[in-house]
Design a protein around this ligand. Sequence first.
Ligand code: ATP
Length: 369
Amino acid sequence: MDGVSKYFDGGETVANSRLDLEVDDGEFLVILGPSGCGKTTALRLVAGLEDPSEGDIYFDDERVNRWSPSERNVAMVFQNYALYPHMSVRENIAYPLKVRGIPPDERDRRIEEVTELLHIEGQIGKRPAALSGGQRQRVALARAIVREPSVFLLDEPLSNLDAKLRQEMRSELKRLQDELGITTIYVTHNQEEAMSMADTVVVMNRGTIQQISPPEELYSRPRTEWVARFIGSPPMNLFEGRRRNGSIAIGEAGTVDLEGVAGIQGIDAASASASTSTSASLSDDLSLGIRPEDLFLSSERPTSGNALEGTVDTVEPLGEYTLVNVAVDDRLVKVKVGDADVTRGEEVWVTFDDEDAYLYDENGELVTQ
Ligand code: ATP
């Protein structure tokens, strides 16, 4: 996609704004974002179900803006995978091959292959009504794959399944995509789904692309404050801070040594405090972000390092970890700990290492060298 925008309602609704995006052959790309951010529209543009208002879409080196969906040879699977209810599983899967005039023995061969791949060999005589949700979803995938499309487009295909099945299908889809090596664009608002399956994640917000990264990098290096607030469960704690000489003051709770944070983020700390070019470009209003898993609780004020004073507000034992909400000034700071030996109302110190802090400037951009 080269500068692709899509407007609706005579330009009043901007569904997609200047999207630049490249998907490699065989890549599993996931578009992740909150409801209404423009994910489905982006997918429909690739499929040829919508025309771009501006910009160009290419398949390899061919500009496909005016190509019909069938000319693009894409297969799409939606959340509401519509199977033909009056046809058997076999007939459902065979249908797209019949339409394309594939001869019967070739058809049989491909159906056998795809039903084996999706473990639905035992279901092929049944009607969709006699299948479970997961089996229906597999048939829908089989019907899409059997055509051997050049691109596979999936729009929240697992959201109608229960949590356990969704997780199973997630690994299966990933395996399938690996085996077939088929270029895939997958749309979801579910972070876990995105992170677990994607080679590359595209994070969207309000019609624009916020970040394009491998999953690990999205977590370890969120490039905007918006992404920092979106990724992670629970997401990063962000503090409003003001730069004061070599430190960042966070409300009344404490100050954080800018030198340490900045050094880790790649800024030359000496220059930051000495007001040379780097610090000149660094705004006074900054946000400091720390992930809940990078915060620690201490009952005593540590003798060195960063510490924010607070009061335990709630303790949520979640099995895998315990989430402690600590009131610091007038906000709640989320701290993930293994075992919490604190109780509500207790005074605590929240501590963290410089190297785990992220700084965002007043435009919400990650501060880097
Ligand atoms: P969800 O996760 O809820 O499906 P989404 O991220 O897929 O959301 P889109 O469906 O792409 O978002 O919609 C993006 C914006 O464009 C929304 O504000 C939506 O109301 C608007 N929109 C989408 N399709 C149309 C249309 N055909 N006519 C008018 N507005 C539309």
